[in-house]
Design a protein around this ligand. Sequence first.
Ligand SMILES: NC(=O)c1ccc[n+]([C@@H]2O[C@H](COP(=O)([O-])OP(=O)(O)OC[C@H]3O[C@@H](n4cnc5c(N)ncnc54)[C@H](O)[C@@H]3O)[C@@H](O)[C@H]2O)c1
Length: 261
Amino acid sequence: MIDKNTYANKYKFNPRNSICVVTGGSSGIGKSLIEELHNRQAKKIINIDIKDNESNIADFINCDVSNNDEMRSVINKIYDKYNYIDLFCSNAGIATDDDGLASVKHWDQIWKTNVLQHTNVVRNCIAKMLKNKSGWFLITASAAGLLSQVGSATYSTTKHATVGFAEWLSITYGDFGIGVSLLCPQGVNTPMTENIENGGVAGINGMLEPKEVAKITLDNMALGKFLITPHEIVKKYIKIKAEDPDKWIIGMRKLYKQFVI
Ligand SMILES: NC(=O)c1ccc[n+]([C@@H]2O[C@H](COP(=O)([O-])OP(=O)(O)OC[C@H]3O[C@@H](n4cnc5c(N)ncnc54)[C@H](O)[C@@H]3O)[C@@H](O)[C@H]2O)c1
């Protein structure tokens, strides 16, 4: 079948023989991305996480993604050893419920993990990727970054910032050999959502398994797509929001009453 769509990436991502790095690869979506990259014959996969899951398909590096000095040192070591990073999946993330008045300490922690992680990754890779004229960033945000996360100001805000950063990244470097994809799922069955009955509001359109999300993600990157929404309905919600933001807010308040208070 001929795909007549125009996608933002000039190239298509093919994992075969590639050097891939995944943050948050010990659990959930990151772990499944590693498995799918392995199935598609990646040459080397490196998992950067703060906890080890003793995988035998990825090398583990213990590193806090929110710390730029640690990330610079780890990324330099990877380049020293392999010369290339073909794919960097900037995926680690945290989420907690809050009423918008979360403590300053909590805002600081989630901001550094969910947002500054991506800037730490790009800051320390981009010069080498531009020199190599090759490199792809897969950035995990969430449907909450396109819409909202009722019940969590910190999650909504940090995921919106991530969407903004990924768009900027693709606009800025997409014509210079750099690929960027942005992953925005709704509810996925992972340890992040395991204590929430049916995924709560994020599960309203059904929960996906992380394996399905990883497969859909790599299938879309193989086409060269920027925005990846494994739950198809998210695209419809974006349209509704863009067409009438006031009506959309009123609708979201109903979800807040239904799921949070
Ligand atoms: N599960 C969902 O429903 C869902 C939906 C949309 C988006 N997401 C996003 O997908 C990504 C992965 O989430 P998941 O559901 O697989 O969660 P998860 O909790 O299963 O896995 C997250 C991983 O990130 C690691 N991590 C957390 N903070 C870190 C840090 N500072 N440094 C290094 N590693 C760190 C954890 O140790 C863990 O292994 C997150 O960015 C999350 O926000 C999840």
